[in-house]
Design a binder for this molecule. Structure first.
Ligand code: NAD
Length: 172
């Protein structure tokens, strides 16, 4: 049986990835510093632990795996940008679009012979307001956008440079 390890299985991408891998019939071990929120993880084993600790890594990698997914991150992204009930809808819709793209890209990458780090994100740059407008249009809901003043400023923008993956795996 295909044996997979998902680091960051308590997070957004890792949580959904475990669900997908289980549907595909894999045996999955999840690991995270916290449980998956809002649902029980379908992982066959879920280890709670801090992966910056060597003893946790040794415990988690006590056997060979066919696939290892590293999705642990200290993000502080979307959760900081969106607040409130409608914003939660927006976040859910935009995150779901993103998730589908990420899952397809990860699957293609795992099924390829390519080894090494590679970007698999979108090359498109879009403002948060334009993204919000797009998601509202897709949802068909009547929502307005409120730009909440913030006292801090994070990364102004970033996008993926996909030249390497296109060279190795063909057009995305
Ligand atoms: N969410 C997106 O739309 C998106 C898009 C492109 C790329 N990514 C990348 O995918 C990765 C995962 O993103 P996400 O949205 O699932 O983030 P997330 O914050 O939901 O998940 C990250 C998980 O890592 C866990 N974690 C953090 N430190 C840990 C530690 N020391 N030990 C064990 N677990 C630890 C957190 O508890 C969390 O559950 C990130 O590298 C992110 O940049 C995400």
């Amino acid at each position: 049986m295909r044996k997979v390890l998902v680091c960051g299985a308590g997070g957004f991408i890792g949580g959904h990835l475990v669900k997908k891998l289980k549907k595909e019939g894999a045996w999955a071990r999840g690991v995270d510093i916290k449980q998956l929120e809002f649902a029980n993880s379908p992982a066959d084993e879920f280890i709670i632990g801090d992966l910056t600790r060597q003893n946790v890594v040794e415990k988690v990698l006590d056997q060979p795996f066919d696939e290892v997914y590293q999705l642990v991150a200290d993000m502080g992204g979307a959760g900081y940008i969106f607040t409130g009930k409608n914003d939660a809808n927006l976040m859910h819709n935009s995150a779901t679009i993103n998730l589908n793209i990420i899952q397809q890209a990860v699957e293609r990458l795992m099924n390829s012979d390519f080894e090494g780090p590679v970007n698999i994100g979108s090359e498109e740059m879009i403002s948060l307001n334009d993204l919000a407008k797009m998601v509202i249009a897709i949802s068909g809901k009547k929502l307005s956008i409120y730009n909440k003043p913030v006292s801090y400023e994070g990364v102004r923008g970033r996008r993926s440079d996909n030249r390497l993956i296109q060279e190795k795996l063909g057009p995305l």
